[in-house]
Design a protein around this ligand. Structure first.
Ligand code: AMP
Ligand code: MG
Length: 359
């Protein structure tokens, strides 16, 4: 593991990483979303190794990372002109496009699909690796499959230590949740995974309505193999995590009262309970073990802390953890998607005065 300046990466360190990649090795590196586990996307053995070190199911395709939107034609074909326009507005940045695949792209990258996922990351380290290698870099998140994505080099070490050639430590990642993925081969475009850039922004930028299927909210799975990654449980701590959705509770006080009553039930069963809460609400849980994830008034902060806090749940010695939910606007949709996938159970808030029995 080598420390690297995230803004002005040292040439020798980047050079060493590029050498490893060009020889078919794997390098974990920071992006503006989460840490990626990179391989030369044109090297079949290196791409296959990504799946084996992560324990990633072979039908879950990888995202290709390019350093300039003009490289789109290397990996995709029949790219409509509106896609170039959109790319010029959101790239470099945390948005991934699904497009028709070019023949050059290895089937191992796309898990045999006729489409390819591609993005241009807004991170000096990632960009200098892609430019130096001269090929698109295939990079899923640098975690073991099923675990929360890594937002620090330390998370990468915990999951992949000894299994890969190099980890570049560029500090905490900026957004902390993975890129927004949008399928642009369909009309209308379909959101496959919410991320830092909200659907509202994509609609404004494209002048198109974007379809949001239930699975993109973290509810159920994609019916067909639209986005294979969505069918796998993700981000899960080992500790049982219960997510309390706002359900029928409109006011924050109704919501809090319900969460507290749920917690009390578990405490009566003598279970050790921890709660993942917002800055605004954490103080209402008395001396319960708390993980403060950020402010409800700044969902970017919540997103940035989310995976770190999900990992910390397992360090608390709790029998179960209860998580509050967050408003589903902008990056909040990504937060709720990840929380729903991470939780082992979801319960819906009912205002106490309406409640007869508790499920
Ligand atoms: P990760 O890089 O670990 O965040 O995972 C990449 C995500 O991109 C997974 O959820 C994949 O299912 C999704 N993905 C990659 N390629 C495609 C594709 N061609 N079509 C749909 N989804 C894709
Ligand atoms: Mg991942």
């Amino acid at each position: 593991m080598l420390k690297v300046d995230p803004i002005d990466p040292e040439k020798e360190i980047v050079g060493e990483a590029i050498r490893i990649l060009s020889e078919g090795g794997l390098v974990a590196f920071p992006t503006e979303t989460v840490y990626g586990l990179g391989a030369d996307s044109f090297n079949r053995d290196a791409v296959k190794r990504i799946y084996s070190v992560k324990g990633r199911p072979p039908d879950n395709p990888l995202i290709l990372h390019i350093s300039d939107f003009r490289e789109l034609e290397v990996v995709a074909r029949e790219v409509p002109s509106f896609v170039y326009e959109l790319a010029s507005k959101v790239w470099p940045g945390p948005v991934t496009f699904v497009l028709k695949k070019n023949d050059l792209v290895l089937p191992e990258v796309t898990a045999g699909l006729p489409t390819v996922a591609v993005r241009c990351p807004a991170h000096p380290v990632a960009l200098s690796l892609i430019r130096g290698l001269g090929n698109p870099i295939a990079a899923p998140s640098a975690n073991l499959s099923g675990r929360p994505s890594p937002t620090t080099a330390d998370h990468v070490i915990k999951d992949l230590s000894g299994k890969i050639e190099m980890i570049l430590d560029g500090g905490d990642t900026f957004f902390g949740v993975e890129s927004t993925i949008i399928n642009l081969t369909t009309d209308p475009p379909v959101l496959l995974r919410p991320g830092p850039v909200g659907v509202e922004d994509l609609e404004r930028l494209t002048n198109l309505k974007v379809l949001i299927p239930a699975f993109a909210k973290g509810l159920g799975e994609a019916g067909v193999a639209l986005s294979p990654g969505t069918k796998y449980r993700h981000y899960s701590p080992q500790t049982k995590l219960i997510l309390v959705e706002s359900g029928q509770c409109i006011t924050q006080s109704d919501y809090l009262e319900y969460v507290k009553s749920l917690i009390n039930e578990y405490l009566r069963e003598r279970l050790r309970v921890a709660v993942m809460c917002s800055r605004e609400t954490c103080s209402s849980y008395g001396n319960l073990t708390k993980l403060e994830v950020g402010s409800r008034n700044n969902l970017y902060e919540v997103a940035k802390n989310l995976f770190k806090k999900l990992r910390e749940i397992d360090e608390l010695g709790a029998d179960l953890a209860i998580s509050e939910s967050f408003e589903e606007r902008g990056v909040g949709l990504a937060i709720m998607n990840r929380l729903r996938k991470a939780s082992s159970r979801v319960v819906f808030c009912v205002p106490t005065r309406q409640r007869v029995t508790i499920d």
